[in-house]
Design a protein around this ligand. Structure first.
Ligand code: 13P
Ligand code: SF4
Length: 344
């Protein structure tokens, strides 16, 4: 046991039931070994509402901590070991621009419903809540796009154009009814004609980590292992997803690997920490390998020493919890709760 592990274990014992540590599957093993509850973003959001502990430590990126802080009960505090661990995709949709774009589309006469991927700031979630919209995760995007389509004549999906397109294909929205926004910095839409004809209007964001997967890697895996199964997270581009055997959220990928027969060769296209953990877990029974070694450098900012620093600070009363600006709480909470109710 290293010095950090030893001290974290002591502090956890001291804090007892007052502390719960949650962690996303993309966290590294040195952090995950201290986590009470692991999950993907939907599972973790759901679990927050069932926790009684006074201190919730969230090992993940900033938007995940914000969502947990929104859903936490009164008297509970949510803390992040590293405030600068920020999902790059979530930063591709600044809320002032989202608000401007949404207002312009509405002013053009469209009854548009905004739906934000959970990988977005609390301010964007609040904008969506305020305009009758909601939130989705990669595990429930199909259900939530249908939910939004029932409530208006069009949907604004943000920030991930890949998840949006992959979901549109599953639902069967024809390609001529999709449109990826082309936005000028001041929020002026330069393609109002296309906006007026589309059902699914997409924000032009994507995840750089999942955008690295390509068709050549799939071909190489199939050449090496002709019976290989390829499973990819839907943040990858649609042409890549088309060539895979399956695509789905983090929890889907874990279940896919679990259900595969002994002796399977499985290439996974998602964040490396999860792929390596699955490879270790099934060592000797299933051959699991990454389509490409792709790591999320922001998830990696959470480390065991930083977790220790945070627990020390919680213990001595100096830790700073995640706070949500009061003006955003109600609308952002409504947006998140609409998802939790629709997907209960
Ligand atoms: P999940 O919704 O599958 O947990 O994914 C979150 C994420 O950040 C994927 O890159
Ligand atoms: Fe964000 Fe991509 Fe990292 Fe997920 S893997 S947290 S979407 S940057």
């Amino acid at each position: 046991m290293n010095q950090y592990q030893k001290r974290i274990t002591e502090l956890r014992e001291k804090l007892g039931d007052d502390l719960v540590i949650m962690g996303h599957h993309y966290q590294n093993d040195a952090v995950i070994r201290h986590v009470d509850l692991t999950g993907d973003s939907l599972e973790l959001a759901r679990k927050v509402t069932t926790i009684d502990a006074k201190h919730i430590v969230f090992c993940g990126v900033y938007f995940m901590g914000e969502s947990a802080a929104l859903l936490a009960n009164e008297g509970q505090n949510v803390y992040l070991p590293e405030d600068d661990a920020n999902c790059v995709m979530s930063q591709m949709a600044p809320y002032t621009l989202v608000d401007k774009v949404l207002t312009r589309i509405k002013e053009s006469g469209r009854n548009i419903v905004p739906l934000t991927y959970v990988n977005s700031s609390v301010a964007v979630k609040a904008v969506c809540g305020k305009h009758g919209g909601s939130v989705c995760t990669s595990a429930n995007a199909e259900k939530m796009v249908r939910w939004a389509m029932e409530r208006g004549d069009s949907v604004l999906f943000l920030p991930d154009k890949n998840l949006a397109r992959n979901t549109a294909k599953i639902i069967g929205i024809p390609e001529e009814k999709w449109h990826i926004l082309n936005i000028k910095g001041n929020g002026t839409l330069i393609d109002m004609d296309a906006v007026s004809k589309s059902e699914l209007i997409m924000w032009p964001g994507c995840c750089a980590i999942h955008a690295r997967f390509n068709e050549r890697q799939i071909e190489a895996a199939r050449t090496k292992y002709p019976d290989v199964k390829i499973v990819i997270h839907p943040e990858a581009a649609p042409n890549v997803i088309d060539k895979a055997d399956a695509a789905g959220s983090t929890s889907f990928i874990i279940k896919y690997v679990e259900a595969a027969p002994e002796g399977s060769n499985i290439a996974i296209g998602t964040e490396l920490n999860l792929v390596e953990r699955l490879a270790d877990q099934y060592e000797g029974s299933k051959n699991i390998f990454p389509l490409l070694e792709s790591t999320c450098s922001h998830m990696a900012r959470v480390t065991e020493p930083k977790l220790l620093n945070l627990l020390e600070a919680i213990e001595n009363g100096t830790a700073k919890p995640v706070t949500i600006p009061a003006g955003l709480v109600e609308d952002a909470k409504i947006a998140l709760e609409r998802m939790l109710i629709a997907c209960a």
